[in-house]
Every structure is written in structure tokens, then in C-alpha cells.
Design a binder for this molecule. Sequence first.
Ligand SMILES: Cc1cc2nc3c(=O)[nH]c(=O)nc-3n(C[C@H](O)[C@H](O)[C@H](O)COP(=O)(O)OP(=O)(O)OC[C@H]3O[C@@H](n4cnc5c(N)ncnc54)[C@H](O)[C@@H]3O)c2cc1C
Length: 395
Amino acid sequence: MRLVSSTGERPRVVVIGGGVAGLEALLALRTLAGQRVELELISPHPSFHYRPLAVAEAFGAKPSSTLELSAVAADADAEYIQDAVVEIKAGTRSLRLASSRVCNYDALIVAPGARPAEAIPGATTFGLPGSAQRFRTILAEAEANTINRLVFAVPVPVGWSLALYELALLTTERLRSCGARAEVRIVTPEAAPLAVFGGRASGAVLEELEDHGIHFMPGLLPRQVAWGELRCDPGEVRIPTDAVIALPKLLGPDLGGLPRDPEGFLCADAHGLVRGLTDVYAAGDAISFPIKHGGLAAQQAEAVAEAIAARVGVPIHPEPFRPVIRGMLMTGDRPRYLESGIAGGESEPGEISLRPLWWPPSKIAGRYLAPYLMGQVPVPPATPGGVPVETVIGT
Ligand SMILES: Cc1cc2nc3c(=O)[nH]c(=O)nc-3n(C[C@H](O)[C@H](O)[C@H](O)COP(=O)(O)OP(=O)(O)OC[C@H]3O[C@@H](n4cnc5c(N)ncnc54)[C@H](O)[C@@H]3O)c2cc1C
């Protein structure tokens, strides 16, 4: 259905969220639709946060420079409003912002991400405020042999576990280099390491873990840390430990007015169209797709941008979201590149390589944002283990 403007001007497309999905959608739509649309970006924090670098930063890499959303918006010839959306009123095609301002749209792209929360009580939840400092304290204690048993735990549901594998691998590298003797375990509900990338990649990652002396414990659902033990289901398994580092669970966005699944995530079809609505699209960690991953967020945003571009008269056949998951695993040595298609909820055999399997070879792969970031984000010199950060983000 053709997208028309309610004011007689160009259709106004509003993007909620200045993260991976929001920026990919903004850049894609300007590229595909040219000046056929007006674009507006709404996001409460003035800068873009490149989350994968949190792991390198936990090992002492300098924080990456920030990218101002006002600058990205200007490059995309879009208006930037620094505010949070509180409610979407699809009936009147309007939004209520935290400042009480009301904005109108002709098409809306909802990409506010997910909200991280503690999943395993008693663990240090990596990604919550203050967790990087707590992790550094644990690492220093292990280096000093004050603590000897570290567990890295993946909670259910498994959204994106690669960062935890990196933390474990980089920790063992660090401990080895200073002669510390702590034992390191990964406890996960996954049947195999990074199972989402398929059997071939999993097998290679298992060898990598073994080379690092990491004890891999699959098929366990970590529940809580108490009395020096990580307790897991099924079977009330108890793993003695001095410290547990866990990933957060993710909750749906705090936004009123849209249909959600039971966990609070937005329900969208393969073109990103929100269930039951005609002009509201959604992409990224906020939607009900089970894997929460920047590269997939970008692919979802591209599907949305193509769908809207077609509706404003661009002669393209909009492609649906066909997930291909790409991950760069920092090991302390050279990074490993992993890639797999996901069809019908199942991973294909997948690839793992020391050579980049996509270009630019960045942590978050995306057709529009990744090349844009190559020229935009100045990077610090090196991550631990000699992995240059420019390899990590792709500059
Ligand atoms: C430690 C770590 C490592 C990771 N490593 C990788 C990796 O190597 N590769 C990879 O592909 N992915 C990785 N990810 C996952 C990736 O970062 C996320 O999947 C991705 O950021 C999701 O993008 P998004 O745009 O949906 O959400 P976000 O990036 O979270 O962006 C959401 C945006 O919406 C804004 N917002 C929130 N609420 C509102 C509101 N009410 N109104 C307006 N704006 C709002 C936020 O301020 C933010 O700008 C990693 C994640 C973590 C935590």
C-alpha cells in the first residue's frame, strides 16, 4: 500500500532509537528512498553505544570514542530529537514523548532495543551499571591467586552468548600471562559452544576452549549463586565457585501502545511490520526474534527500510528478513570469524575462519552502518592479547 503524507508534503518517517537497528534503518532509508521521505530520529541519549567493545574495555582497552547521533542524523539529512518515546498512538499516527511533546508520523520504525536485567541472583551481571568495575576486581583477585574458581554462566533464554565466551577466553589468556592458576568454567544451556553457529563452528570453538584450559559444561540452566555454589537445573547441579560472571536476561522495551508477546517483545512480520498495524514497523532487540544480535538487528532494519522504500515508489522488490548470523570471537590471539544462516529456527552447518567472512570485518555486521562507522569512529590502539580494536569494529 502506497505511503502517503498526511500533510501533503513528503511522507514523514520517524525512527525510534539511536542504536544499531535505528541507525541502520535511517541510513538505509536515506540511501534507498533518497529525498522521497522526511526522516526524524528520536533517542534519549545523544550518542551511539557500540556494545561489543565492552568486553575489550573490561580488560583495560580505552573506551571507544562516541559517535554523536546529531552528526549521524545530519549525515542522513534527518532531524534529531533528543527525547524518549513514552507511548505510540497508532490510531492517530502520533507519539508522546517524555517531555510531553507530541510528534506525528506517516510511517514509524520502532527500534528501542531491549532492557538488560539480572538473570542469576548472586552473580556479577556483565552489562549492568558498575559490572565492568566488579569484573576487573574479580580478575585482579584471580591474578593474585586470592580466588581460584571462576564460572562464566549463560542464562536462559540464550539471546547472544558470544560475549561471555570472549570474557572467559580473554580471562584465561590474562591469567596464563601472569602465571595465575584459577580454573575457569563455562556453564550454559547450549548443547555445544556457540551452538547457534552450527556444528562445524561449535567444534572449532570447543577446541579453542580446550586449548585455553576452559572446562565447558553444556545443557545446564544456571539459577542462582548461594553459599559459594552456582546452582543449576536440571538435577540441582551445584558447582563450587569463588565468582560467577553472567550475562543479563533481556526484557522487552518499556513503550506503551503496541502488541507484544508474553515476554514483552514486539511482534513483527518478516518485513518488520508490527502485527495488526499498517504503518508501524519494528526491528532489533525489541522484537520477538529469539537471538538478540546487532548483525541481525541490522538485517531486520534493512528489511524495514526496503519495505518503506517500496511504499514511497522506489522500484525495488522488498526482501524479507532472512537471518544470517555473523560473529567475531576475540580469543586473545587472532579473532575467529563465525557465520551461519538460520532457516526455520535451525542453524545451518556454518563456517569458522581466521580470515574475515564478511566486509567490513566488524563486530556488528550491517550493510549501511558498518561501512559508515569505518569512517566515523576513531579507535583506541589495542585490545588485550594484541587484538587491534580496529579489527574489532572494522576500521
Ligand atoms: C557485551 C555485548 C557484546 C555484544 N557483542 C555483539 C557482537 O559482537 N556482534 C553483534 O552483532 N552484536 C553484539 N551484541 C548485541 C548488540 O549490541 C545488540 O543486539 C544491538 O545493540 C541491538 O541493537 P538495537 O538497535 O536493537 O538496540 P540498542 O543498540 O540497544 O539501541 C536501542 C536504542 O534505542 C534507544 N531507546 C531506548 N528506549 C527508547 C525510547 N523509549 N524512546 C526512544 N529511544 C529509545 C536507546 O537509547 C538506544 O539508542 C553485544 C551485546 C553486548 C551487551
